[in-house]
Design a protein around this ligand. Structure first.
Ligand code: FPP
Length: 238
């Protein structure tokens, strides 16, 4: 079954660290290693789009040292990983509210995005200072400001992920069974896979288990099984 877009809630870094009597930031650092491995695995498997939830609109309420640690981790990673991202033809896109980020973080994100803009093998959307409700509200506000009608099509085109197809598969690690304000609009027809693994322990084998689960699902988009069988492929969402 075709799959273009995987989206991931990378949950469990804090628990991974706490189990080892390490500070939470050590878990996020290990989470970054896991993200690097996951990008590699997606490249190897020909996935076109990977979207990850790196910092939510709600994460500001964490202890200040954890918040600033996550900002630093991202900026450092952009510096360290840029050559490899270019070599692998990965196009970075930061999705989320820029207001509220420091000038340093904002310019770091903008520069990395611009530097990789012509890469075409894998699109890596990093949701940062992102919330699904924020995205729907900003799309509606934009349309209203432009005096445009609000329809499913116009709203869809105004969302922050309009540049990629909707996710086919959403994975959440860490054992929780919820979306936590991730891709609320885009998740309408996504298949969901919940992994008990903590994000730092998420590896190629677990990705392949998620892909196997996805391949076994029947995507009906509101049609019947008989209709799906009759056209011999999965119908598209309207
Ligand atoms: C959730 O785990 C994870 C985050 C809030 C941050 C995700 C960040 C990474 C995977 C590292 C890469 C970082 C960037 C900025 C790209 P949690 O802390 O909620 O874990 P817990 O549920 O075990 O406490």
């Amino acid at each position: 079954m075709s799959l273009q877009h995987i989206a991931i809630v990378m949950d469990g870094n804090g628990r991974w660290a706490t189990k080892r009597f390490l500070p939470r930031l050590a878990g996020h650092r290990q989470g970054m290693e896991s993200l690097r491995r996951c990008v590699r695995a997606c490249l190897d498997r020909g996935v076109a789009v990977l979207t990850v939830f790196a910092f939510s609109s709600e994460n500001w309420s964490r202890p200040p040292e954890e918040v600033s640690g996550l900002m630093d981790l991202l900026l450092n990673a952009l510096g360290k990983e840029m050559a490899q991202l270019q070599a692998d033809q990965v196009r970075l896109h930061f999705v989320g509210e820029r207001a509220g980020l420091s000038d340093k973080v904002r310019s770091g994100l903008d520069e990395a995005q611009a530097a990789t803009a012509s890469n075409a093998r894998l699109r890596l959307n990093v949701c940062f200072n992102y919330g699904g409700r924020w995205d729907i509200a900003q799309a509606a506000a934009r349309l209203a400001a432009e005096g445009q009608p609000i329809t499913e099509r116009t709203l869809n085109e105004a969302t922050a992920l309009a540049h990629v197809p909707d996710p086919d598969l959403i994975i959440r690690t860490g054992g929780e069974l919820r979306l936590s304000n991730f891709l609320l609009w885009q998740a309408a027809y996504a298949e969901l896979y919940f992994s008990p693994r903590l994000w730092p322990d998420f590896d190629e084998a677990e990705l392949d288990r998620a892909l196997a689960a996805y391949a076994s699902r029947e995507r009906r988009y509101g049609h019947t099984s008989e209709q799906v069988a009759a056209v011999g492929r999965h119908p598209q969402a309207a």
